[in-house]
Design a protein around this ligand. Structure first.
Ligand SMILES: [Cu+2]
Length: 458
């Protein structure tokens, strides 16, 4: 990491401000109902649940290394909590009811107060009855700025979401726990939004360079993101910069909870349009459009520099690190024969009656003992073995990890890894953040119906 004058000044300022900040009342983050236009013009507006009155929720944007303080005030008819996804956070602030805090009842509040060690694109979302609360709109962007930002003309955060709306009323369909969704791919919607709007438009100029921060906040939809009229690179995944930017030559998957930072040049002709599209089995559809204004540069910038790396731990001696297998089981066409809930072994039929269709290592609910009990600083490998016929987006709280590729080399740092049907994927991490951390599938219906575990670092 380069030590620059600007960084020194910033950290000095942060130090001297700390005592004052500690006394100040934190900013309120109000979880409440709101009305918003999600569907296209001509349809009614939609009643949503929001952080701060809008979907996506109130944007939080801070410099790297700074402190975030928010008082969650719950004005919803259900208890809730906030998880700060991808932040290598103090465990007590991780927002998991029953593991790191008590649930926040209607009318109650909770003071979140944490430091953000890494620059990048993160997000926050409800972590109680997530399958319903996130689907109703309870998520927002959390952007942490590098001290030295890349040279771009616009820095746009694009939150991709998936809604299941009644086509007559545009109200959110309330069948969150329907057994078909739970036991298949999860809750897939009938309208995709970007920043809470259907097919929004952004104004750009030919040859401009844009940073696009893509966040997939949908319950279950895996986007296959492609570019039209834009050309560039993936520069970060799940917040963490790639050592070498990766040219976007074809569509790439963005699973629920994953983020990708792109730096792209506008190459479409003036008066034309460029688009962000998603390719799905039944064809491509537009996510967002860019109208191309007059050219403000003769040509696009040449080349790209990687973003400054974050202060992640050094992952070494992977070969000697123990491997912990986590078998992903169940779901339609691979129905569970049996699985455990606590000490009880239940049959597949009994589990289905409880709305449980999936298991991790034979448990259809977060077990009382951790899946992994790690000493602080230890290096561990986790091998996800997907015996189901559905993909799963496995998320670790509190740590980023690296993929261990087939040839033993290390892939990018991530906090959520997509494990395809019948696939086995290995990850490696340094257990350097003490606490009790959740490990679960981020297809939220899968998490609610069995794919929930945890690991301990002490
Ligand atoms: Cu899953």
């Amino acid at each position: 990491m380069k030590f620059t004058r600007r960084q020194i000044l910033q950290s000095a300022a942060a130090l001297s401000l700390m005592p004052f900040a500690a006394r100040a009342t934190p900013q309120v983050l109000e979880a409440r109902e709101a009305i918003q236009r999600i569907a296209p013009q001509g349809f009614p507006e939609t009643k949503v649940w929001s952080f701060g009155g809008t979907v996506p929720g109130a944007p939080i944007r801070v410099p790297q290394g700074s402190r975030v303080q928010r008082r969650l005030l719950n004005q919803l008819p259900q208890p809730t909590s906030v998880h700060w996804h991808g932040i290598r956070i103090d465990n007590a602030m991780d927002g998991v009811p029953g593991l790191t805090q008590d649930v926040v009842p209607t009318g109650g509040s909770f003071d979140y107060d944490f430091v953000v060690p890494d620059a990048g694109t993160y997000w926050y979302h409800a972590h109680n009855q997530s399958m319903e609360q996130v689907a109703r709109g309870l998520s927002g962007p959390l952007i942490v700025d590098e001290a030295n930002k890349p040279d771009v003309d616009q820095d746009l955060t694009l939150m991709l979401d998936d809604w299941r709306l009644d086509p007559e009323t545009a109200l959110i369909v309330g069948d969150f726990d329907n057994g078909h969704d739970l036991s298949h791919a999860g809750r897939l919607g009938n309208l995709v939004s970007v920043n809470g709007q259907f097919d929004p438009m952004f104004e750009v100029k030919r040859h401009e360079r844009l940073r696009l921060r893509l966040i997939n906040s949908s319950n279950a939809r895996i986007f296959d993101v492609g570019l039209e009229g834009l050309s560039g690179w993936i520069v970060a995944l799940d917040g963490m910069p790639l050592e070498a930017p990766l040219p976007v030559n074809e569509a790439f998957p963005l699973a629920p909870a994953q983020r990708a930072d792109l730096i792209v040049d506008v190459v479409a002709e003036p008066q034309g349009t460029a688009s962000l599209v998603s390719f799905e089995r039944d064809g491509a559809f537009g996510l967002a459009r860019f109208t191309i204004g007059e050219q403000n540069r003769d040509q696009v910038r040449q080349g790209i520099d990687p973003l400054p790396l974050n202060p992640l731990p050094e992952l070494k001696d992977i070969d000697q690190a123990p491997v912990h297998r986590m078998v992903l089981q169940g779901g339609a066409m691979r129905w569970l024969e049996s699985a455990r809930i606590g000490d009880a072994e239940l049959s597949g039929r009994e589990l289905a009656q409880l709305g449980r269709f999936w298991a991790l290592n034979g448990y259809a609910e977060r077990p009382s003992d951790p899946f992994l009990d790690a000493r602080l600083g230890g290096v561990h490998r986790i091998e996800f073995v997907n015996e189901t016929v559905f993909p799963h987006a496995m998320h670790l709280h509190g740590h980023h990890f690296r993929l261990v590729l087939g040839d033993g080399s290390l892939g990018p740092w991530r906090d959520t890894v997509l494990v395809d049907r019948a696939q086995t994927r290995q990850i490696a991490l340094v257990a350097d953040n003490p606490g009790d951390w959740l490990l679960h599938c981020h297809m939220l219906g899968h998490a609610a119906s069995g794919m929930m575990s945890w690991y301990k670092v002490s």
